[in-house]
Write a protein that binds this ligand. Sequence first.
Ligand SMILES: Cc1cc2nc3c(=O)[nH]c(=O)nc-3n(C[C@H](O)[C@H](O)[C@H](O)COP(=O)(O)OP(=O)(O)OC[C@H]3O[C@@H](n4cnc5c(N)ncnc54)[C@H](O)[C@@H]3O)c2cc1C
Ligand SMILES: NC(=O)c1ccc[n+]([C@@H]2O[C@H](COP(=O)([O-])OP(=O)(O)OC[C@H]3O[C@@H](n4cnc5c(N)ncnc54)[C@H](O)[C@@H]3O)[C@@H](O)[C@H]2O)c1
Length: 181
Amino acid sequence: MTAAAAIDAARFRAVLGHFCTGVAVVTGHDGTAPVGFACQSFAALSLDPPLVLFCPSRNSGSWPVIERSGSFAVNVLSEEQQELSAVFGARGVDKFASVPWQPGPSGAPLLDGALTWLDCSVETVHPAGDHYVVIGRVRALGAEATDHGAPLLFYRGQYAATRARTELDTLYDWPRPDDWL
Ligand SMILES: Cc1cc2nc3c(=O)[nH]c(=O)nc-3n(C[C@H](O)[C@H](O)[C@H](O)COP(=O)(O)OP(=O)(O)OC[C@H]3O[C@@H](n4cnc5c(N)ncnc54)[C@H](O)[C@@H]3O)c2cc1C
Ligand SMILES: NC(=O)c1ccc[n+]([C@@H]2O[C@H](COP(=O)([O-])OP(=O)(O)OC[C@H]3O[C@@H](n4cnc5c(N)ncnc54)[C@H](O)[C@@H]3O)[C@@H](O)[C@H]2O)c1
């Protein structure tokens, strides 16, 4: 038995589901049609230079379009956008029929109602198992402060915004300037 075979896929998902994250929609546009998919695997990577990462599946239909265009946007979803996340997390639907959007600086779609956004160029791409690790250089940033409310959260395969909201409220005043080490 290989090490990979020893890790049951359902258990992998059940265990990894405990790592609560926000939800982003990563979008792109190659001049033909907009593409995008719901994405948990987004993270800040480096401040100098400013880099972020996300991990698209090898089966992703959006990724080849984004790679070809050389740019992408990251739309950070609010708790009001749970249905939008489901649409962008599903295959075989016209995802952009359900949300107004405008092109960002690179042309990648910025979705109305998102908490904030980043516009990035594709810096490097690393194959990793059944996904790619895509590193992007941040070229432009959206709003620092938002009036679109609380973030959409994904926890154990479910959206967790409402339950987590009150717990998050206690953190809204953090960090204060002296909290950073
Ligand atoms: C909370 C959450 C987090 C996730 N995190 C990740 C993650 O980190 N990494 C990851 O790889 N996946 C993740 N997924 C899964 C991912 O969002 C879905 O698998 C998604 O459907 C992949 O979309 P795609 O655009 O890459 O491919 P596809 O859904 O195959 O779409 C291909 C393209 O065809 C277009 N298209 C298809 N049918 C039509 C139609 N009828 N009309 C018009 N256009 C059409 C689509 O808009 C898209 O542009 C996550 C899902 C959820 C819910
Ligand atoms: N990183 C990803 O590719 C990723 C992340 C979350 C959800 N999804 C996909 O979105 C759909 C809806 O998810 P769900 O509600 O059934 O949640 P789920 O119960 O499948 O997800 C629980 C956790 O497992 C991990 N996970 C799930 N699928 C993965 C994959 N293909 N590769 C790497 N990690 C994965 C993630 O950490 C996720 O939070 C499923 O098809 C799922 O595979 C993919």
